[in-house]
Design a protein around this ligand. Structure first.
Ligand code: GRG
Length: 292
């Protein structure tokens, strides 16, 4: 199966789970907040992080993903959707277009966007904590990836380094590990837990997810220069406009492209020897070479 086919199959399952989970969770929620939360999650984007969860669970277990994997995949996507809402806010990247539509704060106002993000993040932990037997481990996995040592920490460095025209490669690497790599690492490690993987495979998958996530962020930096805004569903050229600490700002386009490919290869090396590794390799190649 190609990466696009893998994404299509997992997207269908994950969107059903997200719609069902939100329907249940939002029954008693004030209507304005509910609408902002749904808008941020459905219909959605590529759903790559949940695809990683499901592909890893399948590869490690050798079986179709269990309900726990689907629930965890949906929770990871909730955290991602929260991060996009907050990332687009005026105090962060100040974007008005996301996934081809007005950003959440543009559509619902800033206060509703902040609250919708907070609520999605919190809801994600309620979903993972309720997963039988491995709920605590999955919740710790996701919380550490989302928090100060992961995504929020990476974003803090990104904000602090914005305006530096020649960011150091070491700093860009730290930013990418935190703001993007950590959630992919948790997606893959959590997928391995859902697939009943050994401690060794959980750790190998964490390294696979981290490398894939960093390849994905490297290609994101490239696409902000070379990408097609209609395909991307958002404006391009914003990173240079705002003097963001991107890989391209650090090392230039050709080296950034080579780095994305190197990271993708590194991801594939972590799954060597796994009988069902082909889809994981496809996803790693996609992360580095995507066009949207
Ligand atoms: C608490 C203020 C506050 C912030 C939370 C905002 C934030 C922490 C972190 C930002 C993390 C972030 C948005 C990193 C960029 C990662 C990235 C490449 C996002 C785009 O992901 P895609 O392309 O999006 O997978 P789709 O739309 O396909 O889901």
């Amino acid at each position: 199966m190609s990466a696009e086919e893998i994404l299509d199959v997992s997207r269908a399952a994950v969107e059903t789970e997200l719609a069902r989970g939100l329907e249940e969770a939002l029954r008693e929620v004030p209507v304005g907040l509910k609408e902002a939360m749904r808008y941020a999650v459905l219909p959605g984007g590529k759903r790559l992080r949940p695809a990683v969860v499901l592909a890893v669970a399948r590869a490690v277990s050798g079986k179709p993903p269990a309900p726990a994997a689907l629930r965890f995949a949906a929770a990871v996507e909730l955290v991602h959707c929260y991060s996009l809402i907050h990332d687009d806010l005026p105090a962060m990247d100040d974007d008005d277009l996301r996934r081809g539509r007005p950003t959440v704060h543009r559509a619902f106002g800033e206060a509703a966007a902040i609250l919708a993000g907070d609520a999605l993040l919190t809801e994600a932990f309620a979903w993972t904590a309720a997963i039988p037997e491995i709920g605590a481990a999955l919740t710790v996995e996701l919380a550490q990836a989302a928090g100060a040592a992961g995504m929020v920490g990476g974003q803090a460095l990104d904000v602090a380094t914005t305006g530096n025209r020649a960011p150091a490669m070491e700093m860009v690497t730290r930013i990418h590990e935190g703001k993007t790599g950590a959630l992919f690492a948790a997606a893959a490690a959590g997928g391995a837990r859902c697939g009943d993987g050994s401690a060794e495979w959980v750790e190998r998958m964490r390294r696979y997810g981290l490398a894939l996530g960093m390849a994905f962020q490297a290609s994101d930096d490239l696409l902000d220069i070379t990408g097609n805004p209609a395909l991307r569903g958002k404006r391009v050229g914003r990173d240079a406009e705002r003097q963001k600490p991107t890989l391209v700002a650090a090392v230039g386009l050709p080296k950034a492209r080579a780095r994305a490919e190197e990271l993708s290869r590194a991801a594939s090396e972590w799954v060597a020897g796994l009988p069902g590794r082909a889809p994981l390799i496809e996803l790693a190649l996609y992360a580095a070479g995507r066009s949207r």
